[in-house]
Design a protein around this ligand. Structure first.
Ligand SMILES: Cc1ncc(COP(=O)(O)O)c(C=O)c1O
Length: 374
């Protein structure tokens, strides 16, 4: 008999919400037109794209004109970082970021170093939080961009974005945040965060994979990443992916009712309590105890190998804090930057909960762990 399947990897990807799939259906068949066409086939497609733009803007509380549709979080980050660098390279070449960004931020920065950029990777504390004062100290007269993620994908730590944006504003520096993990989970109103650029990824918020958006505050100096015809007001060329954009719009609309809903958070806290009750000092929490995504529990099983442990939890989908590089297993750069020891870090498992998670599933995982761990 095959094991019960339990999905606890919602930070990796979410299923498409039923409402989202339903909204997309007409665009798989009857509404096939090109949104740039001015005839009967193009008009519904154009209207759908603009409706979706409105829905994304409502979640972020911004003007729909500030939303550019992209192919996902990676493209949005690349657009933000390279776009500002290319727009401002006469003014400066210095970029400030942190050591725990997603590769979709680290690697565009590394690429720009080859083109003459200087990048400062600011360290974080043991909870994965950056000190805004360290960002301030890293700034130079040549700094053109600060890019700091809103919430970390591995440990869920939420960064002090408002404080960093205050520093950026005072110095007239463009501020980007990668909000791929936070949009739909916590409040991401761009005027509260006071960011100039914000990236989001559809498949982290119950929309399909391969679609995302970049919020661009009016007046932000930024070059397009993809040049071509004048789509997306000249900011991103290519015929719009109407089907996926409709899905993203609907997902943002649905997400409004989940932001601030503490059901997932209370289940996550109960799960952690059960783990502590059962395993005591053998479990260690990775990430900030308070400033953390409500669905994320990154826990180290001290002295164990996370991957091996997971492989013994039949049917449970979750992630580890280590990755395999050229045959050897290494601690993730995020845990490393947090100063987590190898002994603790190698035992890290990321459980990320979602809308369909139940307390019974979490109790079952605890039971499986009890059967596995001595
Ligand atoms: C924080 C963060 N940024 C960016 C991305 C990349 O998004 P996408 O897979 O849509 O390119 C991810 C996805 O794992 C992420 O977690």
């Amino acid at each position: 008999m095959s094991a019960e399947r339990i999905y606890l990897d919602f930070n990796a990807s979410t299923p498409i919400a039923p409402e989202v799939a339903e909204a997309m259906k007409p665009f798989l068949s009857q509404h096939f037109g090109n949104p740039s066409s001015l005839h009967w086939a193009g008009i519904p497609a154009k209207e759908a794209v603009e409706h979706a733009r409105q829905q994304v803007a409502e979640l972020l509380q911004c003007s729909p004109d500030a939303i550019v549709f992209t192919s996902g979080g990676s493209e949005s980050n690349n657009h933000a970082i390279k776009g500002v660098f290319f727009a401002l390279r006469e003014k400066g070449n210095h970029i400030v970021t942190t050591q725990i960004e997603h590769p979709a931020v680290i690697n565009p920065c590394r690429f720009l170093e080859k083109l003459g950029a200087e990048v400062t990777f600011v360290p974080v504390d043991r909870y994965g939080r950056v000190d805004p004062q360290d960002i301030q100290k890293a700034l130079t007269p040549r700094t053109i961009l600060i890019t700091v993620m809103h919430a970390n994908n591995e440990v869920g730590t939420i960064q002090p974005i408002e404080e960093i944006s205050k520093i950026a504003k005072e110095r007239g520096i463009v501020f980007h945040t990668d909000a791929a993990q936070s949009v739909g989970k916590i409040v991401t109103k761009v005027d509260e965060l006071r960011v100039d650029l914000l990236s989001l990824a559809g498949h982290k918020l119950y929309a399909p994979k391969g679609v995302g958006a970049l919020y661009i505050r009016e007046g932000t100096p930024i070059e397009p990443l993809i040049h071509g015809a004048g789509h997306e007001s000249g900011r991103r060329a290519g015929t719009e992916n109407v089907l996926l954009i409709v899905g993203l719009g609907k997902a943002c609309d649905v997400a409004k009712k989940y932001v601030g809903d503490d059901r997932i958070c209370s289940m996550r806290n109960r799960f952690w309590k059960l783990l502590q009750d059962n395993f005591g000092e053998k479990v260690v929490l990775n990430g900030h105890p308070l400033h953390r995504l409500p669905n994320t529990l990154n826990v180290s099983f001290v002295g164990k190998a996370g991957g091996e442990l997971l492989s013994r939890l039949d049917g449970v989908a979750a992630s580890t804090g280590a990755a395999c590089h050229s045959g050897s297993v290494e601690l993730s750069p995020v845990l490393k930057a947090m100063g987590i020891s190898t002994e603790v870090g190698m035992g890290a498992v990321r459980f990320s909960l979602g809308r369909t998670t139940t307390i019974q599933e979490l109790e079952r995982v605890v039971q499986l762990l009890k059967n596995t761990l001595p």
